[in-house]
Design a protein around this ligand. Structure first.
Ligand SMILES: [Zn+2]
Length: 300
């Protein structure tokens, strides 16, 4: 079943669990995510990334976006578990509208590198249009940077991220005002987390005092953690209990995929049907994280 993301997150906030939003780059990812959610009876957020299908495809290729979202909708409509389809990071109104026209149920407008007033203005405009279409809006306040810029630059040509390595922590007083002014359904916060792998694989220090203050400043608004990979099992389980309702995970689930292939290759010297093997590895890591985040058996 397909839902606006706000429906999934408001339930998660009430019951203090967190829903994984794995990076969806192709159909294998979708299938793995839906199968994992069905097995554990958990809600699921398909976090569609553009460029995603293939890095050679341009970010503005609307046909690629329509094709990916159409497939995601098929998976969502054929399962009994609640699913939201989110368009991850776009800095523009046009990007959000393109995704809404393609059929997502949530968009993330990321203007987190702009000054507060400009961020507010952009988010407000998207909220008016998206809500008219029954689509939820995720915004970002403070800025979640990149854990390991060098590693990231080798694996992606995502231009949005290139110049934004430095994080800016989210200010609780600003968060309260931001939500009042924009009407955003959920907000990605910066509390020590970062995108991609962390440099030297260090487990980051998550500022739980800040998370607690943010939670108090916005008691009714689900908060989102980007860069969930490598953040540490204890940290993310604790964050889930403290009101982080959605966690974006890319690197860790992708590592599940390639590790599964490497394991078989090392044992047998070849891998028959590597795509299936990769999907199962990706799915296994999602299952592990669903259990950690407390969303098992929370489907309705
Ligand atoms: Zn992000």
């Amino acid at each position: 079943m397909l839902y606006p993301m706000s429906e999934l997150l408001s339930r998660a906030l009430k019951e203090r669990y967190c829903i994984i939003a794995p990076s969806i780059r192709d159909e294998s990812c979708m299938r793995a995510a839906i199968e994992a959610a069905e097995e554990l009876n958990s809600p699921m957020i398909l976090n569609c990334m553009f460029p995603s299908w293939d890095y050679d495809w341009d970010q503005g290729d609307s046909e690629a976006i329509r094709f990916q979202v159409a497939l995601a909708r098929e998976y969502a409509l054929r399962t009994h578990i609640p699913v939201a389809i989110n368009r991850d990071h776009t800095p523009t109104f046009e990007g959000c509208m393109q995704a809404i026209a393609a059929g997502v149920t949530s968009v993330m407008i990321d203007c987190s590198t702009l000054p507060f007033a400009e961020n507010v203005q952009h988010v407000k405009e998207v909220v008016i249009a998206a809500h008219a279409a029954g689509v939820s809006v995720e915004a970002e306040l403070g800025h979640v940077g990149i854990g390991d810029v060098q590693d990231h630059s080798e694996t992606t040509n995502d231009k949005d991220f290139e110049l934004e390595a430095n994080s800016v922590l989210t200010d609780p007083a600003e968060l309260h005002e931001f939500i009042q002014l924009t009407g955003a359904d959920c907000v990605a916060v910066s509390i020590g987390n970062a995108h991609g792998p962390y440099a030297k694989k260090i487990i980051p220090h998550i500022d739980f005092d800040r998370l607690s203050a943010l939670r108090k400043a916005a008691p009714e608004t689900p908060l989102v953690l980007h860069g969930g990979s490598g953040t540490g099992d204890e940290n993310i389980a604790k964050a889930a209990k403290m009101g982080i309702c959605k966690i974006n995970v890319g690197t860790d689930v992708e590592a599940g995929a390639w590790k599964a292939i490497v394991e078989i290759y090392q044992a047998k010297g070849r891998v028959t049907n590597p795509f299936s093997v990769a999907r199962k590895g990706y799915k296994a890591e999602i299952i592990r994280q669903i259990k950690l985040l407390g969303s098992e058996n929370k489907a309705w």
